[in-house]
Design a protein around this ligand. Structure first.
Ligand code: CMP
Length: 139
């Protein structure tokens, strides 16, 4: 089983969508094996998204990610990285396909409700950023 990192972002937590998003995840037979609600510091957000530090949207993205609590989760399953990215849909909700999380709940390219790791290498880095080993349940 592979692992990936999922974030339910401030816009979705504010609109009480944690349950609805996690139902979509579990309906795809993806298991939630780690979970916590946190509020990022600006330093955390800048570090987590440092790969985007030269992009025009970086500061706005970091400020948005600290605008309220987020739910960070470790997801497990066969091909979970690709499977969860398909379930999330395109970065811009306007371009996302039907029955994806971002099409269903995303508001804009910034307030796009969820994040998911884009590769095995980044999944490991991102999971290690938020979780210790004892916080991940190994089925
Ligand atoms: P995420 O999957 O969390 O990874 C980087 C985030 O940058 C992305 O989702 C978007 O929410 C955010 N973002 C904000 N503005 C843009 C933009 N113009 N293009 C791409 N991503 C953007």
């Amino acid at each position: 089983m592979k692992l990936t990192l999922s974030i339910i972002k401030p816009d979705a937590v504010k609109r009480d969508l944690i349950g609805k998003i996690n139902t979509m995840i579990e309906d795809k037979s993806i298991k939630i094996v780690g979970q916590k609600m946190i509020k990022l510091s600006l330093e955390d957000a800048q570090m987590f998204y440092s790969v985007h530090k030269d992009r025009a949207f970086y500061q706005d993205l970091c400020n948005y990610m600290i605008s309220g609590p987020i739910v960070v989760q470790v997801l497990s399953g066969k091909d979970v990285i690709v499977k969860y990215r398909e379930l999330m849909g395109a970065t811009n909700p306007a371009n996302a396909e039907d029955n994806t999380i971002r099409k269903s709940y995303g508001v804009s390219v910034e307030e796009n409700s969820v994040h998911g790791s884009d590769s095995e290498e980044n999944a490991k880095i991102e999971i290690d950023f938020f979780f210790s080993k004892r916080e991940i349940y190994n089925f």
